[in-house]
Design a protein around this ligand. Structure first.
Ligand code: LAC
Ligand code: ZN
Length: 480
């Protein structure tokens, strides 16, 4: 049995863990409770390498009822609870609280139902996004949420983080796709509202509170997601743009001409485009030559096989005539389409060479981006003249990513870089997080874009729903 010597006991571990482990084993089975040495490395840290977690126990429930029973046991023992999905979060939101319990959701991975009339999918929280996407596709439908981590990120994590990604421009963030939600509250109560309806104004829309809460208000166990009929045509291109103003003009014009079919508009500054295309050169040819002021990956999805391709080409031709677009490569096959997307979303290898990196996901009014970039770059370079800064992002949503590399980093160095970037964000009235969330990484900065009154309201909600501060404590809200 698991008896830890005092020196091996993570801070916060109950003095006598054994009775708690016994109770947990009785609920989920002995094979789904892990303590001490049996806890896997992924539950002791995160993918960024920036955070260490020291849970005292990891539990793998198989149903909502089991989650509820586990939460009740943990609550009685005042053990903090951190839900864990695919482990792809970038801000430490899924890192275990010291001595706490990790709820690993991987066994709750079923697609419960796809409703062809309501156009919905009912799914368990631990289902991997790509699995859900493919299940929808197999039924002639589309689950529009899409992001680079699709192969490991889970639906529950996507809900907890209110994931965005590359099609927000057309279909919104995860928040916009969740029709029904089931959660387990901090006292183990199951609140199940797996509705399939779009319109429901019967009182408070409480489900929105749990979406994007990073597990701090309760555990998401199941959801009903909104699907759409699958588009049958896609037009995908990487284009070189004459500059930022040309990009915003082209974005508006193409949105108007495509009548809502534009689903992706990802800007890539040359610093990003050059690094990515060079890192990938051994496996795919550079889509366009370098040297342009700005690049974009764009996609329209439609259903008119006769006309969609032609209209797209016309729009590009017109934009070239107008001097907005300098050059373009249009995918002629699914293979080429995937290759164009990979230039933007296959970040792993390219970023590996720059590690350690500090990643930002700020947002602001689109027109403010050039001013913001100039100010934040100058702020970073004042302290780190040799900093490498890559700029890219979901510009159609006003969401800009920065990947910053300044050499070896410490907490102080990271804080300095963050301060430079968030000072520039504050100057344009933007947000410190458009999509990745606050987690542990941005605790010092949430107050830079939320007023004291907003933070007080968040604390009121947190205290009401989680009076003993057990649900993923230490994330999102800094100590008062
Ligand atoms: C992306 C991640 C970093 O957009 O959010 O690639
Ligand atoms: Zn992103």
């Amino acid at each position: 049995m698991t008896q830890l010597a005092d020196k091996d006991r993570p801070a916060g571990t109950p003095a006598d863990l054994e009775p708690i482990l016994q109770a947990l084993r009785a609920v989920v089975g002995a094979g789904n409770v892990f303590a001490g040495e049996a806890i896997e490395a992924r539950h002791r840290g995160d993918i960024t390498g920036a955070f260490k977690g020291r849970p005292s126990v990891v539990v793998r429930p198989a149903s909502t009822e089991e989650v509820s029973a586990v939460v009740k046991i943990a609550a009685a023992a005042r053990l903090p609870i951190t839900p864990y999905g695919g482990g792809t979060g970038l801000v430490g939101g899924g890192v275990a609280a010291p001595g706490g319990l990790v709820l690993a959701m991987e066994r709750m991975n079923r697609i419960v139902e796809i409703d062809q009339t309501a156009l919905t999918m009912t799914v368990e929280a631990g289902c991997v996004l790509q699995v859900a996407q493919e299940a929808a596709e197999a039924e002639g439908l589309i689950l529009p949420l899409d992001l680079g981590a699709r192969g490991s990120a889970t639906i529950g994590g996507n809900i907890g983080a209110n994931a965005g990604g590359m099609r927000v421009l057309r279909w919104g963030m995860m928040r916009d796709m969740v029709l029904g939600l089931e959660v387990v509250l901090a006292d183990g109560t199951i609140v199940s509202a797996l509705t399939k309806v779009l319109k429901d104004n019967a009182g408070y829309h409480w489900k929105q509170l749990f979406i994007g809460a990073e597990g701090t208000l309760g555990v998401v166990t199941r959801a009903v997601l909104r699907l759409r009929p699958a588009p049958t045509t896609s037009q995908t291109a990487i284009i070189a743009l004459a500059g930022f103003e040309a990009a915003t003009r082209f974005l508006r014009e193409s949105q108007a001409r495509l009548s809502g079919r534009l689903s992706t508009f990802e800007l890539m500054w040359p610093d990003f485009f050059d690094v990515l295309t060079e890192a990938q050169a051994y496996k795919r040819p550079r889509p366009l030559p370098g040297g342009a002021p700005l690049y974009a990956l764009i996609e329209a999805l439609g259903d008119d096989v006769q006309r969609d391709g032609e209209v797209f080409e016309q729009i590009l031709a017109q934009a070239m005539e107008d001097g907005l677009v300098l050059d373009a490569v249009v995918a002629a096959s699914e293979r080429q389409r995937l290759d164009l997307f990979a230039v933007r979303d296959e970040l792993g290898e390219a970023f590996a060479a720059l590690r350690p990196i500090i990643v930002f996901d700020v947002s602001m009014a689109l027109a403010d981006m050039p001013r913001f970039i100039a100010a934040s770059d100058a702020g970073i370079r004042a302290d780190f003249p040799d900093a490498r800064i890559l700029h890219y992002g979901h510009a159609g949503d006003g969401n800009l990513h920065l990947t910053v590399s300044v050499g070896a980093i410490s907490h102080e160095i990271e804080h300095k870089v963050q301060t430079a970037v968030y000072t520039a964000v504050r100057a344009v009235g933007g947000s410190v997080s458009a999509e990745h969330g606050i987690g542990l990484e941005r605790l010092d900065f949430i107050g830079w874009t939320r007023t004291p009154q907003e933070l007080a309201l968040m604390r009121t909600l947190k205290t009401a729903l989680d009076p003993h501060n057990l649900m993923n404590p230490g994330k999102v809200l800094p100590p008062a």
